[in-house]
Design a protein around this ligand. Structure first.
Ligand code: MG
Ligand code: MG
Length: 272
């Protein structure tokens, strides 16, 4: 695979496969979102995620990755990312973040969203809205002729202008044959002496994590669950995006047409 400054440049076929992995992730996320109600246990969502992987014939990308025990990262309220599904019961007014990855034909999909449980406070709703919008402002910068830091700046400026904080400990990333590959995609501007120009064929997971309080996080004793230090609420939205000559294409969308399986021809008008 071609590289530019250490970043893999994917060809059209490779992007097709990454799109299909991400389409499947988006379909599973839609199912998870529909299942969110007060009283649901977070293990229900792991079961939905596992069932989706079995149905689509894909591997969960997170399970076993550096020892992560589940298919789904399920993070409630002050949990930022990498939470474990388990016995916890969702309460009205909570927020729950789902981060899902799958592996299809050697390529990875990765996407996340935070969902309100029942009705939430205006402040909580604003956190969700600002985080989602910051992702889309970042995505809008993912075009050739821009630099990586244009994405970072767009996210950071929107979040901070709304009085919220971006988490710095975790960042977005390239995604393809590897779940995490170059470049890192920070949600804040860094002092980078050699800004990375964005090139057609780069595929990036852009994923702002936003808090209502301080940006500082800590990891719980389970060695995975990241929470805000001040226990303020946190939201997380992520899309995998391809940089095309026309600008960004969101790959993690359920509205893409499914890709025909390799070696199988699609039946046309009843003939195969
Ligand atoms: Mg993710
Ligand atoms: Mg990611």
């Amino acid at each position: 695979m071609k590289k530019f400054r250490g970043v893999f440049i994917k060809n059209a076929r490779e992007i097709d496969l990454i799109r299909e992995a991400n389409r499947i992730v988006a379909v599973i996320l839609d199912r998870l979102e529909e299942a969110v109600v007060p009283g649901a246990s977070t293990m229900l969502f792991e079961e939905i995620a596992q069932a989706g992987c079995a149905e689509f014939g894909v591997k969960p990308a997170f399970q076993g990755y550096q020892g992560f025990p589940f298919a789904l990262c399920c993070s409630v309220n002050e949990q930022v990312v990498h939470g474990f599904p388990g016995e916890r019961i969702l309460q009205e007014g909570d927020i729950v973040s789902f981060d899902m990855g799958v592996r299809y034909q050697g390529f990875n999909g990765d996407s996340a969203r935070t969902i309100a449980v029942g009705s939430v406070s205006a402040e909580t709703q604003k956190l969700l809205d600002v985080t989602r919008e910051s992702l889309h402002r970042g995505i809008a910068q993912a075009r050739p002729s821009n630099h990586l830091h244009d994405i970072s700046r767009a996210v950071q400026e929107y979040v901070e202008s709304n009085g919220m904080s971006v988490v710095r400990r975790f960042v977005g990333h390239g995604v393809g044959r590897n779940l995490h590959e170059k470049p890192e995609v920070p949600n804040f501007v860094t002092n980078d002496a050699h800004p990375l120009p964005l090139k057609v064929g780069m595929t990036l997971a852009i994923e702002p994590m936003v808090t209502l309080g301080s940006p500082d996080v800590e990891v719980l004793d389970d060695q995975w669950t990241a929470v805000t230090k001040d226990r303020s609420l946190s939201a997380h939205f992520e899309h995998t995006v391809a940089i095309t000559s026309n600008g960004p294409e969101i790959l993690s969308s359920a509205s893409h047409a499914p890709l025909a399986a390799p070696g199988k021809k699609l039946a046309i008008f009843g003939r195969s």
